[in-house]
Write a protein that binds this ligand. Structure first.
Ligand SMILES: *[C@@H]1O[C@H](CO)[C@@H](O)[C@H](O)[C@H]1NC(C)=O
Ligand SMILES: *[C@@H]1O[C@H](CO)[C@@H](O)[C@H](O)[C@H]1NC(C)=O
Ligand SMILES: *[C@@H]1O[C@H](CO)[C@@H](O)[C@H](O)[C@H]1NC(C)=O
Ligand SMILES: *[C@@H]1O[C@H](CO)[C@@H](O)[C@H](O)[C@H]1NC(C)=O
Ligand SMILES: *[C@@H]1O[C@H](CO)[C@@H](O)[C@H](O)[C@H]1NC(C)=O
Ligand SMILES: *[C@@H]1O[C@H](CO)[C@@H](O)[C@H](O)[C@H]1NC(C)=O
Ligand SMILES: *[C@@H]1O[C@H](CO)[C@@H](O)[C@H](O)[C@H]1NC(C)=O
Ligand SMILES: *[C@@H]1O[C@H](CO)[C@@H](O)[C@H](O)[C@H]1NC(C)=O
Ligand SMILES: *[C@@H]1O[C@H](CO)[C@@H](O)[C@H](O)[C@H]1NC(C)=O
Ligand SMILES: *[C@@H]1O[C@H](CO)[C@@H](O)[C@H](O)[C@H]1NC(C)=O
Length: 841
C-alpha cells in the first residue's frame, strides 16, 4: 500500500495542474446564501470567477491577486449589492470597470496599491452609497473621480496620502454625503478656502473625521457658519498650544457633536490643560465628548464655562477627580462617565441632569450621594459598587427616577424600600449580590414598576411577600436564585399584568399549587435548568395567554398524558430539549404525544432518550409503537410456549404409561399375541382367580392361555414394563375382575385406565368385565368412568349356584373366543355357543 503522505504528495501537484489547465471549472468559492452570497476570500483567484450565479448580490473577492480591473469586469453580476475587493493587489482600474452594477451600494477597495485610476473608473455606479477606499495610495481628493456619485452617503478615504482637505467642486454634487472619513492622512493645514464648498450645500448633515492627521494650523474662521453633524479631532495636535489655537480657530462652527481627545495608543500630548478649551465658547455645540486625556481636571477653570450650554457630555477613559464642582448654572441634561478613574463616586449636584450613565469605572470609595432633582435615568452598571443602603431619594437625590440599573456590582443591601422612588419603571440588579431582599416587602411602593431583574443576585426567597406591591410588573427575571425547600411558593399573587417570567437555574423541584394562577396575561415562562422530575401541566392549564414554555435542561421528564391534554391553547413553543426521556413502553403514550405535537415542540429532532441504556442518545422520535408491540408479541409467544411445555410435561407425567403403551403398540404390532387374555384383579381376589378362573379356562376345551402377573411376569423387569409388555402387548383381551377390593385399590384402577387406553390404541374391542361380587353403588359412583361403563354395557356376573356358573363360563369362553385365530380344538364349542347378543367393548 502507498503511504498516505506519498499519496497526497502526488495528488496535490496533480490537482494543481488540473486547476491550472481549466481554472474556470475549479470552484473555490463558498456559498453562504445560495444564489445570493458568495465568499471567495483568499483563494488565489487571478480573474473574476464566472461560474458564480448571476443572481449574486454579495461577493467577497478579498485577498486574491486580481491586480487589474478591466472595463466591464463585473458584467456577469448585474444584481450585486456589496462587492469586497480588499487587498487584491489591484494597481489599475480601467474606465467602466464597474459598469452595469446599477444596484451596487457598497464598494470596498481597501488596501490596493492603485497606481492608475481611470476617470471613468466608477461610472455606472448609480446606487453607490458607501465607498471604502482606505489605503489605496490616494494623494488628492481632486483626482478622485467620484463627482457623479450623487447617492454617496459614506466616503471612507482614511489612511492615504492626502495632504490637503480642500474639498473639490464636485462635492456640491454629493448632496447625500453624511460621513467623510479623512483620518490618518497627512493634512497639516486647513484654510478657509478648503471648505468653501460646504457653504454651498448648507443642509449637508456631515460627520467629518479628521483624527490622526498632524494638524499644525487652522485658519481662524475656516469653519465659520459651517454646520456639521459631527467633528472628530482625536490625536491631531502635537502640543497643548497648537490644540488651543486650533480650537479657537473653529469659531463660528455649529456642530451637533464635537469629539476631542486622543486614542489609547496614539498619545501626542505629554500634558493636558483645560485652558485649551477656551475657544469652545465661540462654537455652538450640542454634545461634547472627550476620550483619553491624561490628568483632566475641571477645577477653577473658566474654560469649562464654554461647555455650560452643552446638553450631553461624555467622558471616556479619563482620570477624573472633582466633577462635583460643576457650576450650578450648567445646563447639561446627560452625563456619561465610562471607564474613568475616580477616588470616589462624584457627588453630582446639577438641577438639569436627567440622564447619568456611569459604567465600568474604577472607583475606590463607592458611597453614593447625588443631588439630581431631575434625574430620570441612572445606569450604574459594572462599577464594583458596594452599597450599604439602597435605595431611596436620600441617596439618589431625585424622586423622578424611572430607570435604575445597578447590575454587575458588588454587595447591595436593601435597607429602604424605595422611599420616594415610586416613579420607577425599570429596575435591574442582575449579577450584583442583594442582601435583605427577601426579609420584607422591599418593592412595596413600586406600583409603576414594569421591569425587574434580580437574576443571579444570590437571593434565597424565604418570604412569600417579597414581590408585594408590584401590581404593574410586566417582566420579572429571577434566574439563578433559590427558594426555600426548592419549592416555588405563591409569590406572584399581585402580578396580574406579568407577561414574562424567567425562573431558570433556580434549583426548583416543585411548584406549589396555584403559584401561577394570577398570571392571566403571562406569555413566556422559563423553567429551564431546574431540577423538575416531571411537568405538571395543571399549573399552566388556565394561563390562556401563555405562548412559550421553556422546560429544557431539567431532569427526567415524563408527564402524564391525560394532563398534557390541558396544555394552554395559545401555547406555540414548548421547549422540552435536553431532558432525560425514558423511552420505555411504559411512557409510550407520552412518546406518541411528542410526535403528535412536533409543531409546538422546539427542536423536537434533538430530543434524545436517556433510558433504557441501549436507547441512550437515540432521538425520541425514533421510538415507535412497534417496539412495544414486538415486545408484547415476544412476551405473548414466550408465555404460550411455557404454558404448552408445562401442559405437555404434566400430561407426560400423568400419562406416562399410556405413552409407553403407545410406543409399544408401534413396535409390537398385531398378531403376536402369546396370551388370550391379561387378567387384572385385586390381590384380595387371587384365590378366586387361581381356583376358578385359571382352572376353568386353561384346563377347559379349548384351553385359553391367560397372562397372570404372579406367574407370567418376567422377574427383574419393572412392574410397569411387565404390565405393558407382557400383559397388554401380548394379550388379545383383558379380563377385569371387578370387586369391592378392585375399586378400592388405586393400582387396579390405574391398570384399568391403561387397559382403556390400550383398547383405544389397539382398536380391538377387548375388555371383559367380570363382577365378582355385588359392588356398592356409592363406591362405584366414585369411579365415574367405571360406573358409566357398567351402566351402559353388559358384563358377566359371577354366580354362586352351579347353573349360574355354567352359564357364566359359557359366556366368558364365547367372549374370549371372538377374534381368536382358528384352532381345531375350539371349533365345536364355538359352534355350540348360544346366540346371545352380548356385546363386549
Ligand atoms: C438558484 O438559481 C437557479 C437558477 O436560477 C435556480 O434553479 C435555483 O432554484 C436557485 N436556488 C435557490 C436556492 O434559490
Ligand atoms: C455634477 O453633476 C452635474 C449634473 O448634475 C454634472 O454635469 C457634473 O459633471 C457633476 N460634477 C462632476 C465633477 O462630476
Ligand atoms: C444626521 O446624520 C446622523 C448620522 O450620521 C443621523 O443620526 C441624524 O439623524 C442626521 N440628522 C438629520 C437632521 O438628518
Ligand atoms: C470669540 O470670537 C471673537 C471674534 O470672532 C473673539 O473676539 C473672541 O475672543 C472669541 N472668544 C473666545 C473665547 O475665543
Ligand atoms: C448659554 O446660554 C445662555 C442663555 O441662552 C447665554 O446667556 C450664555 O451666554 C450661554 N453660554 C455659552 C457659553 O454659550
Ligand atoms: C395592566 O395593563 C393594562 C393595559 O396594559 C392597564 O390598563 C392596567 O392599568 C394595568 N394594571 C395595573 C394593575 O397596572
Ligand atoms: C421545608 O422543609 C422543612 C424540612 O424539610 C420543613 O420542616 C418545612 O416545613 C418546609 N417548609 C415549607 C414552607 O414547606
Ligand atoms: C430560558 O433561560 C435559559 C437560561 O437562562 C436561556 O438560555 C433560554 O434562552 C431562556 N428561554 C427563553 C424562551 O427565553
Ligand atoms: C428553548 O426554545 C426556545 C425557542 O426556540 C429558545 O428561545 C430557548 O432559548 C430554548 N431554551 C434553551 C435553554 O435553550
Ligand atoms: C401508538 O400508541 C399510542 C398509545 O398506545 C396510540 O395512541 C397511537 O395511536 C399509536 N400510534 C400508532 C402509529 O399506532
Amino acid at each position: 500500500m502507498m503511504p498516505v503522505s506519498r499519496l497526497t504528495g502526488s495528488l496535490i501537484p496533480a490537482m494543481a495542474f488540473l486547476a491550472y489547465l481549466r481554472p474556470e471549472s475549479w470552484d473555490p468559492c463558498t456559498e453562504v446564501v445560495p444564489n445570493i452570497t458568495y465568499q471567495c476570500m483568499e483563494v488565489n483567484l487571478y480573474k473574476i470567477p464566472d461560474n458564480i450565479p448571476s443572481t449574486t448580490e454579495n461577493l467577497d473577492l478579498s485577498f486574491n491577486p486580481l491586480r487589474h480591473l478591466g472595463s466591464h469586469s463585473f458584467s456577469n453580476f448585474p444584481e450585486l449589492r456589496v462587492l469586497d475587493l480588499s487587498r487584491c493587489e489591484i494597481q489599475r482600474i480601467e474606465d467602466d470597470a464597474y459598469q452595469g452594477l446599477i444596484h451596487l451600494s457598497t464598494l470596498i477597495l481597501t488596501g490596493n496599491p492603485i497606481q492608475y485610476l481611470a476617470l471613468g473608473a466608477f461610472s455606472g455606479l448609480s446606487s453607490l452609497q458607501k465607498l471604502v477606499a482606505v489605503e489605496i495610495n490616494l494623494v488628492s481628493l481632486e483626482d478622485f473621480p467620484i463627482g457623479h456619485l450623487k447617492t454617496l452617503k459614506k466616503l471612507v478615504i482614511a489612511h492615504n496620502f492626502i495632504c490637503s482637505i480642500k474639498l473639490p467642486e464636485y462635492f456640491s454634487n454629493l448632496s447625500n454625503l453624511e460621513h467623510l472619513d479623512l483620518s490618518n492622512n497627512q493634512i497639516q493645514y486647513i484654510y478657509h478656502k478648503d471648505l468653501v464648498v460646504l457653504h454651498q450645500i448648507p443642509l449637508l448633515n456631515l460627520s467629518l473625521d479628521l483624527s490622526l492627521n498632524m494638524i499644525d494650523f487652522i485658519q481662524p474662521g475656516a469653519f465659520k457658519e459651517i454646520r456639521l453633524h459631527e467633528l472628530i479631532l482625536r490625536s491631531n495636535f502635537g502640543s497643548i498650544n497648537v490644540m488651543k489655537m486650533c480650537i479657537q480657530a473653529l469659531a463660528g462652527l455649529e456642530v451637533h457633536q464635537l469629539v476631542l481627545g486622543e486614542f489609547k495608543n496614539e498619545r501626542n500630548l505629554d500634558r493636558f490643560e483645560v485652558s485649551a478649551f477656551e475657544g469652545l465658547c465661540n462654537l455652538t455645540i450640542k454634545e461634547f465628548r472627550i476620550a483619553y486625556l491624561d490628568k483632566f481636571s475641571w477645577k477653577n477653570n473658566g474654560a469649562l464655562n464654554c461647555l455650560a450650554n452643552v446638553s450631553a457630555v461624555s467622558l471616556v477613559n479619563l482620570d477624573l477627580d472633582d466633577l462635583e464642582e460643576l457650576p450650578k448654572d450648567f445646563r447639561w441634561q446627560s452625563l456619561k462617565l465610562i471607564s474613568c478613574k475616580f477616588q470616589q463616586v462624584p457627588k453630582l449636584a446639577l438641577a438639569s441632569l436627567k440622564t447619568v450613565v456611569f459604567i465600568a469605572n474604577k472607583v475606590i470609595n463607592t458611597y453614593i450621594k447625588f443631588t439630581l432633582p431631575s434625574l430620570e435615568f441612572l445606569d450604574l452598571r459594572n462599577n464594583g459598587l458596594s452599597l450599604r443602603t439602597c435605595c431611596s431619594q436620600a441617596n439618589l437625590g431625585t424622586n423622578r427616577l424611572k430607570y435604575l440599573d445597578l447590575s454587575y456590582n458588588d454587595i447591595i443591601t436593601m435597607t429602604s424600600n424605595f422611599v420616594n422612588l415610586e416613579q420607577l419603571e425599570h429596575l435591574d440588579f442582575q449579577y450584583s449580590t442583594l442582601k435583605q431582599v427577601s426579609d420584607f416587602s422591599v418593592f412595596l411602593s413600586l406600583k409603576k414598576l414594569l421591569y425587574l431583574d434580580i437574576s443571579y443576585t444570590n437571593t434565597k426567597v424565604i418570604f412569600n411577600g417579597i414581590f408585594h406591591g408590584l401590581h404593574s410588573l410586566k417582566v420579572l427575571k429571577m434566574a439563578g436564585n433559590s427558594f426555600l425547600n426548592n419549592t416555588l411558593p405563591n409569590i406572584f399573587t399581585e402580578m396580574t399584568n406579568l407577561t414574562f417570567l424567567d425562573l431558570s437555574t433556580c434549583k426548583l423541584e416543585k411548584v406549589s399549587q396555584g403559584a401561577f394562577s394570577s398570571l392571566c396575561k403571562i406569555q413566556v415562562i422559563n423553567m429551564s435548568y431546574n431540577h423538575f422530575l416531571l411537568l405538571d401541566i395543571l399549573h399552566y392549564k388556565n394561563l390562556h395567554s401563555l405562548q412559550v414554555l421553556d422546560y429544557s435542561f431539567n431532569s427526567k421528564m415524563a408527564p402524564k398524558v391525560q394532563e398534557l391534554q390541558h396544555l394552554p391553547s395559545n401555547l406555540m413553543l414548548l421547549n422540552f430539549t435536553q431532558n432525560g426521556f425514558a423511552c420505555t413502553c411504559e411512557y409510550q403514550e407520552f412518546l406518541q404525544w411528542i410526535k403528535d405535537q412536533r409543531q409546538r415542540l422546539v427542536k423536537v429532532e434533538q430530543m434524545v432518550c436517556a433510558t433504557p441504556p441501549d436507547l441512550r442518545g437515540m432521538p425520541v422520535l425514533s421510538f415507535t409503537n412497534s417496539t412495544c408491540q414486538m415486545n408484547k408479541t415476544i412476551i405473548g409467544v414466550t408465555v404460550l410456549i411455557v404454558f404448552i411445555v408445562s401442559v405437555v410435561l404434566v400430561l407426560v407425567y400423568k400419562f406416562y404409561f399410556h405413552l409407553m403403551l403407545l410406543a409399544g403398540c408401534k413396535s409390537f404390532g398385531r398378531g403376536e399375541c402369546t396370551y388370550d387374555a391379561f387378567v387384572i384383579y385385586s390381590s384380595q381376589d387371587e384365590d378366586w382367580v387361581r381356583n376358578e378362573l385359571v382352572k376353568n379356562l386353561e384346563d377347559g376345551v379349548p384351553p385359553f392361555k391367560l397372562c397372570l402377573h404372579y406367574r407370567d411376569f418376567i422377574p427383574g423387569v419393572a412392574i410397569s414394563a411387565n404390565i405393558i409388555q407382557e400383559g397388554f402387548h401380548k394379550s388379545r383381551k383383558v379380563i377385569v375382575v371387578m370387586s369391592q377390593h378392585f375399586i378400592r385399590s388405586r393400582w387396579c384402577i390405574f391398570e384399568y385406565e391403561i387397559a382403556q387406553t390400550w383398547q383405544f390404541l389397539s382398536s380391538c374391542s377387548g375388555i371383559i368385565f367380570i363382577i365378582l361380587e355385588k359392588v356398592e353403588k356409592s363406591l362405584l359412583r366414585q369411579q365415574v368412568e367405571l360406573y358409566r361403563l357398567l351402566n351402559r354395557n353388559t358384563y358377566l356376573e359371577w354366580e354362586e349356584n352351579v347353573l349360574g356358573q355354567h352359564i357364566f363360563w359359557r359366556r366368558l369362553r364365547k367372549a374370549l373366543l371372538s377374534g381368536k385365530p382358528w384352532s381345531p380344538e375350539g371349533t365345536a364349542e364355538a359352534e355350540n355357543s348360544q346366540p346371545e347378543a352380548t356385546a363386549f367393548i
